[in-house]
Design a protein around this ligand. Structure first.
Ligand code: ATP
Ligand code: MG
Length: 423
C-alpha cells in the first residue's frame, strides 16, 4: 500500500501538489502546474493526445494559431449551475471532466515520483466557492469530489485553502501564535484566523484551533478585468459613435466591452447574429479604426494573449514604479506607460471591497487587531503593491510574514493528514 498522501491545491490560475511521506512524516516534493487546458483543433481517436495541460497548453495554443479550445480559470465553473457541459472534439465534458484533466496530470507526475498509484488526497477548497449561496457551494464541492474520483483518487478529504496555508506557516514558527492568514489567489481572497502551535502540528483534531474562516470572490482575475475595462477597452473602440439611422448618432453598446473584460464571457461573441451586429456597427461608424480592433480581437481569438500582456504589466508593477502596457499584433497597437498610482486607481474598487469584507469578517467574529499576533500573506495576488499597502494600513503594528506564494497551500494540505483520523 502507498505510504504517501497528496496535498492538492487546485487553483484558479495555478495548481500544486505536495507529496507527503507518511512514514518519514515529511514532504518529499511539490509540483506545480498552471491550471490551463488546450484542446487541439485537429483531433484523433486517442483522447490523451488531443489536449495539453499547463504551460505547454499556452505553447500549443499559440502554435496552432489560437484556433483550438483554450480553457483557463476552470475553477470558476465549478460553482456555476448554468454550466452543464461543453462539447469538444465530439465529446461532452462537464465541469468535473475538465477539472479531472488537471488533477490527472498532477497525479501522474506525482505517481511517477513515488512509484505508487496513490489514491489518498487532501484537496483544498476556497472558504466560499462563489458567493454565500450554499447550493452553489455544495454543487462546486460535489463536482470537485467527482473530478478527484475520475482522476483516480478514492480516499479524499477537503480542507479550506487558507487553513492549508496556515499549516505551512506553522512549520516555520517556534511559539504559539494567533495568526490571521490571507490567501489572495487568482479567483478568491480567503481569510482564516486561528491558533498555530508547532507542538500541535500532527494532532488528530485541529478543529478547536480554528477561530474563524471567510472569503470573498475577488482575486487577481478581477484586477485584470478591471484593467481591461479601464485601460484596454479604449483601444477596442469603447464609446465609438455610429449612425443608427440617418442623422441619429448613438454610442455602440457598452455591453460589448464588458464581455471582453472577462475570459468566460468572450464566447458571447460566438453567435452569428452578434458577428453581423459588429459588422454593422463598424460600417455605420465609418470604419472606426479602434472598433476594428474589437473585431480583430474576436475574429482571431486574441483574448488570452491580450490578458497575458495585462498580467505582465500587473506583475511588473509589483516590483517597479512604472510599467509599459504593450500589445502589438494584427494591427492592434497598444503602448502605454502605467504607473503604480494609475494601477492603484484601476484596482481601487476591488481593494475597497476586500477591505470592507475584512472589516466585516473581524466584526462578525469579534476579532480586534490586538488579538492578532501576526499576519501571514500568501497567493500570487498578495504581491500586488496595493494589497500589501492595505494590510500595512489596517494593521500597522502587526508583523507580516509570507511564505512561498504558490506552494504554501498545497504543502499545508499535505500536512492535513489528521483529517483521515478525525471522528
Ligand atoms: N508578482 C505578482 N504580482 C502580482 N500578481 C501576481 C504576481 N504573480 C502572480 N500574480 C497573480 O496571482 C494570481 C495567481 O495566484 P495563485 O496562484 O495564488 O492563485 P490560485 O491559487 O490559482 O487561485 P485561487 O486560490 O483563487 O483559486 C494571478 O491572478 C496572477 O496574475
Ligand atoms: Mg490559491
Amino acid at each position: 500500500m502507498s505510504k504517501f498522501l497528496y496535498g492538492i491545491d487546485f487553483g484558479t490560475t495555478n495548481s500544486a501538489l505536495s507529496i507527503y511521506d507518511e512514514e518519514k512524516k515529511t514532504i518529499i516534493k511539490t509540483i506545480t502546474v498552471p491550471s490551463l487546458l488546450y484542446f487541439h483543433q485537429e483531433y484523433g481517436a486517442d483522447e490523451a493526445l488531443n489536449y495539453v495541460v499547463g504551460k505547454n497548453a499556452i505553447a500549443a495554443y499559440l502554435n496552432d494559431g489560437m484556433k483550438g479550445r483554450f480553457i483557463k480559470s476552470i475553477k470558476q465553473i465549478l460553482s456555476r449551475s448554468s454550466f452543464i457541459e461543453t462539447r469538444i472534439h465530439n465529446k461532452r465534458y462537464n465541469a468535473s471532466d475538465l477539472v479531472a484533466l488537471i488533477l490527472k496530470d498532477l497525479k501522474a507526475k506525482a505517481d511517477k515520483i513515488t512509484g505508487y498509484d496513490c489514491k489518498k488526497a487532501v484537496i483544498g477548497r476556497p472558504v466560499f466557492f462563489d458567493d454565500d449561496s450554499t447550493l452553489k457551494d455544495t454543487l462546486a464541492q460535489t463536482r470537485l469530489t467527482k473530478a478527484a474520483t475520475i482522476a483516480g483518487f478514492s480516499d479524499v478529504r477537503f480542507q479550506f485553502e487558507p487553513i492549508g496555508a496556515a499549516f505551512a506557516y506553522e512549520k516555520t514558527i517556534s511559539k504559539i501564535e494567533k495568526v490571521l492568514v490571507a490567501d489572495l489567489g487568482g479567483g478568491t481572497t480567503d481569510f482564516t484566523f486561528l491558533v498555530l502551535d508547532p507542538a500541535n502540528a500532527g494532532n488528530k483534531d485541529r478543529r478547536s484551533d480554528m477561530i474563524a474562516s471567510g472569503g470573498i470572490y475577488i482575486g487577481g482575475d478581477s484586477f485584470d478585468s478591471a484593467f481591461m475595462w479601464d485601460k484596454g477597452t479604449p483601444y477596442f473602440g469603447k464609446n465609438t459613435l455610429y449612425e443608427a439611422t440617418p442623422g441619429k448618432i448613438l454610442t455602440v453598446p457598452i455591453s460589448l466591452f464588458a464581455n471582453i473584460c472577462s475570459w468566460d464571457k468572450m464566447n458571447f461573441f460566438n453567435g452569428l447574429r452578434i458577428q453581423k451586429d459588429l459588422e454593422n456597427y463598424y460600417h455605420y461608424s465609418k470604419n472606426d479604426r479602434k472598433f476594428k480592433n474589437l473585431i480583430t480581437l474576436i475574429d482571431n481569438n486574441l483574448g488570452y494573449s491580450i490578458f497575458q500582456s495585462i498580467e505582465k504589466t500587473k506583475i511588473e508593477l509589483s516590483d517597479l514604479p512604472v510599467s509599459q502596457f504593450t500589445y502589438n499584433n494584427m494591427g492592434i497597437e497598444i503602448n502605454e506607460e502605467i504607473s503604480r498610482p494609475q494601477y492603484d486607481a484601476v484596482i481601487e474598487k476591488d481593494i475597497r471591497k476586500i477591505s470592507t469584507y475584512l472589516d466585516e469578517f473581524m466584526l462578525k467574529n469579534n476579532i480586534v487587531p490586538e488579538d492578532i499576533d501576526s499576519l501571514f500573506l500568501t497567493g500570487g495576488t498578495s504581491l500586488v503593491g496595493g494589497i500589501q499597502q492595505l494590510f500595512k494600513t489596517k494593521f500597522p503594528h502587526i508583523p507580516v510574514n509570507s511564505g512561498d506564494n504558490f506552494t504554501s497551500v498545497a504543502k499545508g494540505l499535505a500536512y492535513s493528514g489528521y483529517l483521515f483520523e478525525e471522528e
